[in-house]
Ligand binder design. Structure first.
Ligand SMILES: *[C@@H]1O[C@H](CO)[C@@H](O)[C@H](O)[C@H]1NC(C)=O
Ligand SMILES: *[C@@H]1O[C@H](CO)[C@@H](O)[C@H](O)[C@H]1NC(C)=O
Ligand SMILES: *[C@@H]1O[C@H](CO)[C@@H](O)[C@H](O)[C@H]1NC(C)=O
Ligand SMILES: *[C@@H]1O[C@H](CO)[C@@H](O)[C@H](O)[C@H]1NC(C)=O
Ligand SMILES: *[C@@H]1O[C@H](CO)[C@@H](O)[C@H](O)[C@H]1NC(C)=O
Ligand SMILES: *[C@@H]1O[C@H](CO)[C@@H](O)[C@H](O)[C@H]1NC(C)=O
Length: 514
């Protein structure tokens, strides 16, 4: 059995079991948030839709990845939560819950089966129907264009994101999406959690397409962990900027939407209060955030990354720099948990196999906080607050959409998910605290609306507010307790009380000073 713990760094495959409950410091209700702030839930195409061979869809790299014989893969998204057939039912459940927004992604290979050229009318129809259904129920769609799933045909043809050819194909795909859906969709995210996509899928081989230097622990068939994460990060930025430009020139004046970039936003805190660990934490921020955000906001990579990575880091031309700089209307965050940073490099249990790439370049040790383990991570809403504070101060207070935040249950069958409710209270409270301190927060989406097929853990990773019976061909949904909590919070009848404020603050600071 090859290592599984590696999973840690990935978002929805983060293995979180809650061990302590956390309630935010101040009492609050929905009405303490700005009126146009959007509360909702999230999914992605491959994890929710199923129907992988229906109506003209062709395989994406995610289909190929999970149908390979790699160790550690459990199940596949062939049927998933059957969202393709059950979308009306799900939208009805969302409306009953009072969700204000719902995040989907579009399956590129459902819309454009060969990656470029022919546009599949049935693909268009599905997304139009889904988006109309959301709008009809007053739910604002948030759409991600790319979520680990470009058409396999493009991977076969030129290696997908490792080749610049993808920029043109991705832009043409985005063009179709804006043209067909842009009348109803105002919030677009280009790439899902770009930082971890580049490092996890191309450095550690953990996500599709599963590339890394062959013969390290995960035994990728092909790849180069020391170069490809940077190459992919570079091409992702260029593709994002190209799509931003297209929208601005061709659609923005009539559709009036926004285009954002998204990153995996791991909370980072010094392991001790030593100067060394503080410096190490800044270095981790430079690699996990500034690497892609600095070019996006200010132009060009951080000097520290340039110095460390040297010739393995691609170089922007003057023209590209100009195009990348300022090419995002907002920042999308995928945030689940916080890790402690120590000023020493060792191939930690979190990145055991990335011996020559990104993690080594970063050169620090990151590990779960407190009593957290790989399978039991403690909620740390203060870690989200710190992250939001860092982003506000370092990147000119960008508008921020939390595109994913959530907690995995110890067991799929749990319906009384009180620990998840505590988790949500804590993290929603953290967002409110950030708003009060000046962060430009726009949205909070819980991952996930219903149980999904997860990148790691498959069907045993339960992030859904709704339980889905995956043994049942009908994929019946059952509400967990969190559904009624979220419903009550959103309709204003449930507030988060100021109980035990003093003890809570004390607990909060005991976490903060770990
Ligand atoms: C990865 O690329 C670097 C730089 O081109 C090269 O030196 C190294 O040998 C490559 N590693 C593998 C395993 O191909
Ligand atoms: C961590 O676990 C130990 C042993 O179970 C316990 O004594 C301690 O209180 C725990 N710490 C926190 C912060 O929960
Ligand atoms: C609130 O924002 C100010 C200004 O950015 C900053 O100095 C301060 O540390 C922040 N407070 C907290 C609790 O994050
Ligand atoms: C799940 O579905 C299976 C197969 O239809 C059924 O036997 C089982 O009772 C269902 N479980 C629940 C909790 O409804
Ligand atoms: C608000 O939501 C709760 C569920 O938590 C529900 O019982 C109640 O009927 C709802 N109230 C209104 C006014 O919609
Ligand atoms: C604070 O932490 C202690 C020890 O972990 C725990 O027993 C207590 O329930 C916590 N208090 C609150 C209000 O969460």
């Amino acid at each position: 059995m090859k290592m599984k713990p590696l999973s840690l760094l990935f978002s929805h495959f983060l293995v979180i079991v809650l061990t302590t409950s956390y309630v935010p410091v101040d009492a609050f209700t929905r009405s303490d948030f700005p009126e146009d702030f959007l509360f909702g839930a999230a999914t992605s195409a491959y994890q929710w839709e199923g129907a992988v061979n229906e109506d003209g869809r062709t395989p994406s790299i995610w289909d190929t990845f999970v149908h390979s014989d790699r160790p550690g893969i459990t199940g596949n998204g062939d049927i998933a939560s059957d969202g393709y057939h059950k979308y009306k039912e799900d939208v009805k459940l969302m409306a009953e819950m009072g969700l204000e927004s719902f995040r989907i992604s579009i399956s590129w290979s459902r819309l454009i089966p060969n990656g470029r050229g022919f546009v599949n009318p049935k693909g268009i129809l599905f997304y139009k129907n889904l988006i109309k259904e959301l709008k009809r129920h007053g739910i604002e769609p948030q759409v991600t264009l790319y979520h680990y799933d470009h058409p396999q045909s493009l991977e076969d043809e030129y290696g997908g994101w490792v080749d610049r050819k993808i920029i043109e194909d991705f832009t043409a795909y985005a063009d179709v999406c804006f043209r067909e859906f842009g009348e109803d969709v105002k919030l677009w995210t280009t790439i899902n959690e770009a930082t971890i996509f580049a490092t996890g899928s191309y450095g550690q081989g953990l996500g599709p397409p599963g590339r890394c230097t062959p013969n390290i622990l995960v035994n990728c068939p092909t790849g180069n962990s020391s170069t490809e994460p940077y190459l992919v990060g570079h091409n992702v930025l260029l593709a994002h900027a190209s799509v931003y430009k297209l929208y601005k020139l061709k659609y923005k004046s009539k559709q009036r939407g926004s285009i954002g970039f998204s990153i995996y936003a791991l909370g980072l805190t010094p392991a001790t209060n030593s100067k060394d660990d503080e410096i190490a934490t800044q270095r981790a921020q430079t690699f996990l955030y500034a690497w892609l955000l600095k070019p996006l906001v200010f132009g060009d990579y951080p000097d520290e990354v340039k110095r460390t990575v040297g010739s393995r880091l691609p170089v922007f031309s003057e023209e590209e720099l100009e195009q990348v700089k300022g090419s995002s209307d907002f920042l999308g965050l995928i945030h689940y948990t916080t890790f402690a940073v120590t000023n020493r490099y060792s191939p930690s249990t979190i990145f055991p196999m990335d011996v020559e790439g990104f993690t080594k370049d970063m050169g620090v040790y990151v590990s779960p906080i407190g009593n957290s383990t790989f399978f039991a991570s403690e909620p740390a809403p203060w870690g989200l607050e710190d992250t939001l504070e860092y982003l506000k101060d370092s990147y000119n207070n960008p508008p921020i959409y939390i595109l994913e935040n959530g907690a995995r249950l110890e067991s799929h069958s749990i319906l009384q998910d009180t620990k998840r409710i505590d988790y949500m209270k804590g993290y929603i409270g953290a967002v409110l605290n950030a708003i009060k301190n000046g962060s430009d927060m726009r949205s909070y989406l819980i991952w996930s609306m219903v149980d999904l097929y997860e990148l790691l853990g498959g069907y045993s990773s339960s992030f859904g507010l709704y339980y889905v019976n995956f043994s049942d061909p009908g994929r019946k949904r059952f509400p967990r307790l969190s559904v009624s909590w979220y419903t009550g919070f959103l309709n204003g009848t449930i507030d988060v009380a100021p109980q035990d404020t003093i003890q809570l603050k004390r607990n909060f600071s005991s976490y903060s000073s770990l």
